[in-house]
Design a protein around this ligand. Structure first.
Ligand code: PAP
Length: 324
């Protein structure tokens, strides 16, 4: 049985399923894999929407929490690794670093993926401060306590063409069958995808980052790939752990970049049998490391499809100052 079917069975049989009645009344779209539900202008698979509603009701942010926010497949794994390596750098040296044996998805939880449906938040409550927590939630759906507490947020986005292609590959792996790429592409262009519309997800964080740059650090995958050391320093400062002059002279930022590079992490997670537990599902560790390249979309969708998506996104972002 595919992981997705296992997961669906687990969700349906949960006696504590949250918000189920409300979800059944929401606008719904069938997709080649699973139905999506429209909640407050964003589309979600039921399993994530239940968790988002649960978090809305139960999650209590602390003022020093740091939130790593992403639309899926935009660099979550990389950002988790970098944030973990930066904030824990005094505890380890590069030879015995936990990231060489533990998957980045295991060292920082994605709360809306991993919260159990019984609402038990122990796994995040026991984390030492400052807690670093990841999420795919749109800004407008983050639990209110995150803004009340003024928590810092790091957001990373990516060229939508690469984000689409990366997601399509991941879904193929996850659902155990290759969905038609044209169907997936058309839905992406319509904005109908889990945690979509893609552009609205980016725009919410972008607009807030323009107004509150001390609260939201807005990063782009492509820019970070071009100048990783520069952005690792920016990230470290934002996380409240700036590199000292001595560390810079000793090449610590470069070492963090090397440790968290696609090459190092994909090498450490290359096993085809080892898995990482994500909430009620398990995912192959290697599934989070495919190509790690900018512009790989050209190998999977046509130039014409690329232009179509660019035009849509350009139109949606018009006047915002955000460009891809
Ligand atoms: P998630 O949102 O489901 O957690 P996420 O980590 O954002 O997944 O997406 C994986 C993408 O990041 C993959 O992109 P690709 O399909 O285009 O290859 C993956 O290869 C890429 N990735 C993972 N780790 C790194 C890294 N250390 N550096 C750069 N890219 C990375």
């Amino acid at each position: 049985m595919s992981q997705a079917k296992e997961e669906r069975r687990a969700t349906n049989s949960s006696p504590e399923s949250h918000g189920t009645d409300l979800i059944s009344k929401l606008p719904m779209r069938e997709t080649p894999s699973e139905p999506l539900f429209l909640y407050k202008n964003f589309w979600f698979r039921r399993i994530f929407l239940e968790r988002i509603m649960l978090l809305e009701a139960t999650f209590k942010a602390r003022h020093d929490d740091i939130i790593l926010a992403t639309n899926p497949k935009c660099g979550t794994t990389w950002l988790k690794a970098l944030s973990f390596a930066i904030t824990n750098r005094s505890h380890y040296d590069s030879g015995n670093h936990p990231l060489l044996t533990r998957h980045p998805q295991e060292v920082i939880p994605t709360i809306d993926v991993e919260i159990p449906l019984n609402g038990d938040l122990t796994f995040i409550e026991k984390l030492p401060p400052p807690r670093i927590l990841a999420t795919h939630m749109p800004l407008s759906l983050l639990p209110e306590s995150i803004s009340i507490q003024g928590c810092r947020i790091v957001y990373i986005c990516r060229d939508p063409k690469d984000a689409f292609v990366s997601r399509w590959h991941f879904m193929s792996e996850f659902f155990g069958e290759k969905p038609d790429i044209n169907v997936g592409f058309n839905m992406f262009c319509e904005g109908v995808l889990g945690y979509g519309p893609y552009w609205d997800h980016c725009l919410e964080y972008w607009r807030e980052s323009v107004i509150k740059s001390d609260r939201i650090l807005f990063l782009k995958y492509e820019e970070m790939m071009l100048e990783p050391v520069k952005f690792v320093k920016v990230l470290a400062s934002f996380l409240g752990a700036p590199f000292t002059g001595e560390e810079e002279d000793a090449g610590v930022p470069e070492e963090v970049v090397r440790l968290c590079s696609f090459k190092t992490l994909s090498g450490a997670n290359s096993s085809q049998t080892e898995v990482v537990q994500r909430g009620s599902v398990v995912v192959k560790k290697s599934a989070y490391f495919r190509r790690g390249k900018v512009g790989d979309w050209v190998n999977h969708i046509s130039e014409e499809m690329g232009r179509k998506l660019d035009d849509i996104v350009q139109e949606k972002l018009k006047g915002s100052g955000l460009v891809f």
